[in-house]
Design a protein around this ligand. Structure first.
Ligand code: BES
Ligand code: MN
Ligand code: ZN
Length: 499
């Protein structure tokens, strides 16, 4: 899809999207259409009980007096409540309507909107971003109905008096959206295709954006003492990998990087503690944390963010096998701490333990954020509305909370504490990899915290409830996988850690 920005031009063909705030108060383009139709548009709005409330829209095909094939009048609600998320959802919803039609072009004209949280250049850019996010498809494995599924819409034009500036603002947002798409693709990809090695191979393609990509194999990880990560992968035919991505965009070449660490379990069968058939479905997405990390690094590189950043992704496949790790095994992590593995299905924390330790020892980061589809328990607590946030640092927690809110990927802080930490005491080793039957997301976070080096500001995002969507699709996410994590992390960096 082509995205263009232009000063309000006469719309000849295709669809036209115009707006009204509550009342309805028609914005200039809507008022113009109403005049051209000699009142027909107004009658249509009245017949549909259109009041301009947010979420309302009226679609008029071949409106009298206008050349366009389709006019969509959307409600913006109260101007003062209209923000970036509302703008994005508005174009996404309008595109959803046009999808079944034959139009190849659409013009969106909300110029003249006043008193909203988002105006001018930012409004134009976020309208385009909504269209972009909604345009995502994953049809690689379909051989049928391709014609019906093909997008007929080729071009979207956003009306704006500041076209050049809007184009620049959108270029930045599009870089982030491309990162989201990469994350969505990786999570959607089936596990017979996306092995740890294949994941790493795809990452190597990002070198062209200026990212430094390094891959460690099992032999190297063994030398580093990564017994926790390697134990998870030892029942798989596929080789485990540690993927390291570096973006050096800061003018201060040696400034400490921000570090992102991702759980990259390409398939989680549970291992010897095998999951049920139903519980295993969707476990191709258990690398969603890793996907968010690679998507973020891609976004930072594509928009040339003025920051030093590093991504570390532990890539493994958790399988049952004669060589697989057993419940009761004890492994030694890179940190030197020993772990009694009482349940091989609590594997994500084992992978993160070594990936986190490596990230801190190697890069001495100014902060580290890990992302993982870590526990079913976080879905019990928060559903799919928030990701779980755990942190040892109030500033980082506040920054993440603000970034999540602004980027449309909200997080909710959960507690940590000594009492919870006690629950992972082992009878024979430094710790065990499961707690009791309660507070499962918190004991998982306590486990991870044991691999956070003193004084490193650290946050952990449990994204098990938000990395994919099994129920109703969210407006901006036309796919099973969501790409969750790229937008919040990009925003975190942009708002706090760039030169
Ligand atoms: N990958 C799962 C967590 C998960 C479950 C993500 C459902 C998304 C949907 C993780 O590896 C896991 O199996 N966790 C166990 C931990 C338990 C054995 C302590 C869980 O949540 O049941
Ligand atoms: Mn598991
Ligand atoms: Zn898992």
């Amino acid at each position: 899809m082509q995205f263009t920005f232009a000063a309000a031009a006469a719309v000849e063909t295709g669809a036209l999207v115009v707006g009204a705030t509550e009342g309805p108060e028609l914005l200039p383009a809507a008022a113009k259409a109403e005049r051209a139709s000699r009142g027909a548009v107004g009658r249509a709005l009245a017949a549909s009980r259109f009041t301009g409330k947010s979420g309302q829209s009226v679609e008029i095909l071949a409106p009298a007096g206008l050349k366009v094939s389709r006019l969509i009048v959307v409600g913006l609600g109260k101007a003062e409540n209209f923000d970036a998320a509302a703008a994005e959802e508005l174009t996404a919803a309008a595109l959803g309507r046009i999808k079944s039609g034959t139009e190849t072009e659409v013009v969106v004209d909300l110029t003249g909107l006043k008193g909203s949280k988002l105006e001018g250049v930012d409004l134009a850019a976020h309208l385009a971003l909504g269209a972009k996010l909604k345009s995502y498809t994953f049809d690689r494995y379909r051989t049928k109905d391709l014609e019906e599924r093909a997008q007929t819409l080729k071009k979207i034009t956003i009306s704006t008096g500041e076209a050049a500036a809007a184009r620049r603002a959108f270029a930045r947002l599009e870089a982030v959206a491309d990162g989201v798409f990469l994350a969505r693709d990786l999570v959607n990809e089936p596990p017979n295709v996306l092995s740890p090695v294949e994941f790493a191979r795809r990452a190597k393609g990002l070198a062209k954006l200026g990212l430094k990509v390094t891959v460690l194999g099992e032999a190297q990880m063994k030398r580093l003492g990564m017994g926790a990560l390697l134990g998870v992968g030892q029942g798989s035919e596929r080789e485990s990998q540690l993927l390291v991505l570096q973006w050096n965009g800061s003018r201060r070449k040696t400034s400490a990087p921000v570090a992102f660490v991702g759980k990259g379990v390409c398939f989680d069968s549970g291992g010897i503690s095998l999951k049920s058939g139903a519980g295993m479905m969707g476990m191709k997405g258990d690398m969603g944390g890793g996907a968010a990390v690679i998507g973020t690094l891609r976004a930072l590189a594509a928009r040339k963010a003025k920051v030093n950043a590093v991504g570390v992704i532990g890539l493994v496949e958790n399988m049952p096998d004669g060589k697989a790790q057993r419940p009761d095994d004890v492994v030694t992590s890179m940190s030197g701490q020993t772990i009694e593995v009482l349940n091989t299905d609590a594997e994500g924390r084992l992978v993160l333990a070594d990936a986190l330790w490596y990230a801190q020892s190697k890069f001495k980061p100014r902060l580290v954020v890990d992302l993982a589809t870590l526990t079913g328990a976080i879905m019990v607590a928060l559903g799919s509305e928030h990701a779980g946030l755990f942190a040892n640092d109030d500033t980082l927690a506040a920054n993440l909370t603000a970034a999540g809110k602004a980027a449309g990927e909200p997080v909710w802080r959960m507690p940590l504490g000594k009492g919870y930490d006690k629950l992972i005491k082992s009878k024979i080793a430094d710790m065990k990899n499961i707690g009791g039957s309660h507070a499962g997301s918190i004991t998982a976070a306590q486990f991870i915290q044991r691999f956070v080096q003193e004084k490193t500001p650290w946050a952990h995002l449990d994204i098990a409830g938000v990395a994919w969507q099994d129920g109703e699709q969210k407006p901006l996410i036309p796919s099973w996988s969501t790409g969750w994590g790229v937008r919040i992390l990009d925003r975190l960096v942009a708002d706090n850690y760039e030169d």
